[in-house]
Design a protein around this ligand. Structure first.
Ligand code: ADP
Ligand code: MG
Length: 318
C-alpha cells in the first residue's frame, strides 16, 4: 500500500461520510474550497499530537483517532464555533492497514456526531504524529474570547474535572469496563468536546477557554487576557465518584491542576441571566468562584488561600 492507496481507502471515505453544505471542494484537489455565508466568521485552530508526548506509545488507534479530533473540536467549542471541516496531516513510521483503519474509524465516529467534514491532508513517513486543523463558524462578532471577563462575573466549569489526569496511572493497564479505572480511562481516551455548550455561551459568557492544561493554568489565560484575577473555592470543584474512589486525597489537586479533561471554563456576567441548563447543553455546569479586580488566582480552602505549586502543563518550562 502506498500513500495514494491509503488516501483512497481511508481518507476519501471519511471525507464522503460527512458532507458539510458550505464545502465546495474537499479531498482530491490541491486545496479544499469552503464558501462562508456573509454573516459568519471563520474560526481556525490546529493541534499536534506526538506519540510519547501527547499520548502513550501503542495507544489504541480507535481512541487515538477520536482523541486527535476531539481535542481540536474542543478548541472550536471554547470559541463558541460550530464545526465545518478539518484537515489531517499524518506522519507515521509505516502504513499499517489495520492501524489506519482503526484511527479512521475513531475519527469517523466523532466527525459524524458533530457533522465535521474531512477536506484534505497530508501523509509523510516519520515518528508517529497527528496534526489536525479544524475550521468552524460563528455569527460575526459572537466568538467567545479570553479577554472579556470582568470583576463580579461568576467563574464556571462544565462536567467534572481531574479524571483524565487520574487516568495517566492506568494508561498501560488493562481496565475493566464499568470499573472506576475504566471510567477515568474513558475520559482520557474519548474526551467529549463541549460544542453545544460553546454555542449556548456565545453572545452571553464574557470569556471562555477549554481545559487542556489544567483548570488553574487555563483560567490563568482568561485572567491575564482580561487584566483581572479570580477567587476559586476548592470545595466547589466538581469531582466524580470514580475520581474520589481512585485518588482519595489527590482528587482535588488533580481537579485543579491536571490537564486533558477538555471541559470548558467560562465567566458569566450577572447581566446574562440564568446559566444554561444541562437539558440545553448536555452537560452540568458548576459555579466555582468569582472574577476579582486584583490580578492572580486565589485558590481557597475554608476561606484561606492555598499555595499551588504546579498550576498546569507546559512543554517548555523547566
Ligand atoms: P499534493 O501533493 O497536491 O499536496 P497529495 O497528493 O498529497 O496532494 O494529496 C492528494 C489529495 O488527498 C489532496 O486533496 C489532499 O488534501 C488529500 N490528502 C492527502 N493526505 C490526506 C490525509 N491524511 N487525510 C485527508 N486527505 C488527505
Ligand atoms: Mg498539489
Amino acid at each position: 500500500m502506498d500513500e495514494f492507496d491509503a488516501i483512497r481507502r481511508f481518507w476519501e471515505p471519511l471525507g464522503e461520510a460527512v458532507r458539510h453544505p458550505w464545502v465546495v471542494a474537499g479531498i482530491g484537489d490541491d486545496g479544499a474550497i469552503v464558501r462562508l455565508p456573509s454573516d459568519q466568521e471563520l474560526v481556525l485552530s490546529v493541534d499536534t499530537l506526538v506519540e510519547g508526548v501527547h499520548f502513550p506509545g501503542g495507544m489504541n488507534p480507535h481512541a487515538l483517532g477520536w482523541r486527535a479530533l476531539a481535542v481540536n473540536l474542543s478548541d472550536l467549542a471554547a470559541m463558541g464555533a460550530t464545526p465545518i471541516c478539518y484537515t489531517l496531516a499524518l506522519t507515521t513510521p509505516a502504513l499499517d492497514e489495520d492501524w489506519l483503519s482503526s484511527v479512521a474509524a475513531g475519527m469517523a465516529e466523532l466527525a459524524g456526531d458533530y457533522g465535521i467534514q474531512l477536506v484534505g491532508g497530508d501523509m509523510t513517513r516519520g515518528p508517529l504524529t497527528l496534526t489536525l486543523q479544524v475550521q468552524g463558524a460563528v455569527p460575526v462578532g459572537l466568538a467567545l474570547r479570553r479577554h472579556g471577563a470582568r470583576p463580579g462575573d461568576l467563574v464556571c466549569v462544565s462536567g467534572t474535572l481531574g479524571e483524565a489526569g487520574a487516568a495517566l496511572d492506568y494508561l498501560t493497564a488493562i481496565v475493566e469496563e464499568g470499573s472506576h479505572a475504566g471510567a477515568v480511562r474513558q475520559r482520557y481516551d474519548f474526551p467529549l468536546p463541549r460544542l453545544s455548550l460553546g454555542e449556548a455561551l456565545r453572545g452571553r459568557a464574557s470569556a471562555a477557554v477549554d481545559i487542556s492544561d489544567g483548570l488553574l493554568a487555563d483560567l490563568g489565560h482568561i485572567t491575564s487576557a482580561s487584566h483581572c484575577g479570580a477567587r476559586i473555592e476548592s470545595e466547589k470543584l466538581p469531582l466524580s465518584e470514580s475520581l474520589r474512589a481512585l485518588t482519595g486525597d489527590r482528587a482535588l489537586s488533580l481537579a485543579a491542576t491536571a490537564g486533558d479533561d477538555y471541559e470548558l471554563c467560562f465567566t458569566w456576567p450577572s447581566s446574562a441571566g440564568p446559566l444554561p441548563t444541562e437539558e440545553e447543553t448536555g452537560v452540568p455546569i458548576t459555579v466555582i468562584g468569582e472574577i476579582e479586580k486584583e490580578p492572580g488566582i486565589r485558590y481557597t480552602r475554608d476561606g484561606r488561600v492555598l499555595e499551588v505549586a504546579r498550576a498546569g502543563y507546559s512543554h517548555f518550562s523547566e
